[in-house]
Design a protein around this ligand. Structure first.
Ligand code: FAD
Length: 409
């Protein structure tokens, strides 16, 4: 089979359109955020995006999206990530995006009508409440309980780091429904309408990320939540009793890749900024860009971004063909989180004190992307899985090639 990196003409055209939209509308709108209400800025962008047919890229056309397959979506997301308004403008922001997929795949007709449609239409937002103080990486340690009471379920417990809960109209809450079932079948997922007296947001947790009111309003922060006698109708149980864990993993799988796609865009923008800066900045009588040491720093970033692009394209290819990509997804999740960290760190270094200041986005990016080595499964847990698969592959085939991207190459 030929290896073909030619991007179909139609996909190239869509990518170009999105690139222009980001350059012409999203990047300039970032500055408007300083003096206009966030909602107005996003609403305006969304009107423009929809008028150009740019909306919910990976959602099927019959549901109002662009119907893009994995490759085209990956290419589009790599453009959107260049502006922190890009994904919001096209209603493809996390954590909503992965939940849209879950609802499409697992929702009942009632749930799709009532909850999915307004999400797809950009009228509502949804958050995902799985992690607790008690359990994160090993989500099966969750303590929150849901108990059936006639036509309802009553949920009690706590959640934390529920991203965007403060701006969400719906929460997807995971809770233990079947304590005696096998460990991975003990949990179910519920659609909870917000605000709700039983879903009590205690605070947005202060993190190491550079504080910004705009960032908080855009992303909604990461909430700590008390669940106190939260009543949820049985019809809001999503995907069937005991299926919460499977569905959680399903949504995380897309989320991991989306972070990766946006990481490539962010890293590219950081490298562009670094390169422009070293061309213009002189020290000791010469532009920084003349120094071989600086060129090496840029070259190392280029190598990281190149590897990242190839990984994502390979994964997109496998997804297009419906092939198993769990191993590659874990490898890429870890690589892409570290890659963006390294590139942004280099860009910050080359900007000197300016990079450390908040006069460029680099400091904000630097402190926010540190979380990516923890969210959606910490590095160590993915590397554990990858390592186990390597051992298994060697035992089965006498080589690890199939478990490190070599099954096709
Ligand atoms: C910015 C941010 C946003 C988030 N958004 C959401 C959200 O919207 N919804 C949600 O439900 N959750 C969210 N989370 C929570 C996130 O999914 C968890 O933080 C993550 O799963 C890790 O869980 P933990 O923090 O409890 O760490 P723990 O499970 O306590 O693990 C701590 C550390 O131990 C190490 N470790 C754990 N297990 C192993 C192992 N088997 N082998 C080796 N080392 C190991 C890792 O280094 C890990 O970082 C978010 C977190 C952050 C930081």
């Amino acid at each position: 089979m030929a290896i073909d990196f030619e991007i179909p003409a139609e996909t190239r055209a869509i990518r170009e359109k999105v690139r222009q939209f980001v350059d012409e509308h999203c990047k300039p709108a970032e500055e408007e955020l300083e003096h206009r209400p966030v909602k107005d800025v996003i609403d305006d962008l969304r009107v423009k995006a929809r008028a150009e047919g740019l909306w919910c890229p990976f959602i099927p056309k019959e549901w109002g999206g662009m119907g893009l397959g994995p490759l085209a979506n990956a290419l589009v997301q790599m453009e959107l990530g260049e502006s922190y308004l890009g994904a919001l403008a096209l209603n493809t922001q996390g954590p909503d995006d992965a939940t849209m997929l879950t609802l499409l795949q697992h929702g009942t007709d009632f749930q799709k009508e009532k909850y999915l449609k307004p999400l797809l239409n950009g009228e509502k937002r949804i958050c995902f409440s799985m992690t607790e103080r008690a359990a994160g990486a090993d989500a099966t340690g969750m303590q929150t309980r849901a108990v059936r009471d006639g036509d309802n379920w009553v949920i009690n417990g706590e959640k934390w780091f529920s991203s965007a809960a403060s701006v969400a109209d719906i929460a997807l809450v995971m809770a233990k429904t079947d304590p005696d079932a096998p460990r991975h079948q003990q949990f179910s997922t519920f659609l909870v309408e917000l605000p709700n007296p039983g879903y009590q947001i205690q605070r947005n947790i202060k993190t190491m990320a550079v504080e910004s009111l705009i960032g908080e309003k855009l992303g909604g922060g990461h909430a700590e939540v008390h669940l106190k006698d939260l009543v949820v109708p049985h019809e809001n149980l999503l995907g069937g009793q005991g299926q919460g864990f499977n569905m959680g993993q399903h949504r995380l799988a897309y989320g991991r890749l989306r972070h990766g796609m946006h990481n490539i865009a962010m890293a590219q923008r950081a490298l562009d900024m670094a390169t422009e800066h070293v061309i213009n900045r002189e020290t000791f009588g010469q532009p920084l860009s003349n120094r071989q040491g600086v060129q090496w720093m840029l070259a190392d970033c280029a190598a990281e971004i190149y590897k990242a692009r190839l990984m994502l394209l390979h994964i997109a290819y496998k997804a297009e063909k419906g092939m198993d990509l769990r191993q590659e997804n874990s490898i890429a999740k870890v690589f892409l989180a570290n890659m963006v960290h390294q590139v942004v760190d280099t860009a910050l270094q080359l900007h000197g004190a300016l990079g450390y200041s908040q006069d460029t986005p680099l400091a904000r990016w630097y402190t926010s992307i540190r979380s990516q080595r923890i969210v959606d499964g910490p590095d160590e847990v993915h590397r554990w899985t990858v390592g186990r698969n390597l051992v298994k592959a060697f035992r089965e085939h006498g080589t690890t090639a199939t478990a490190c991207g070599g099954d096709l190459i």
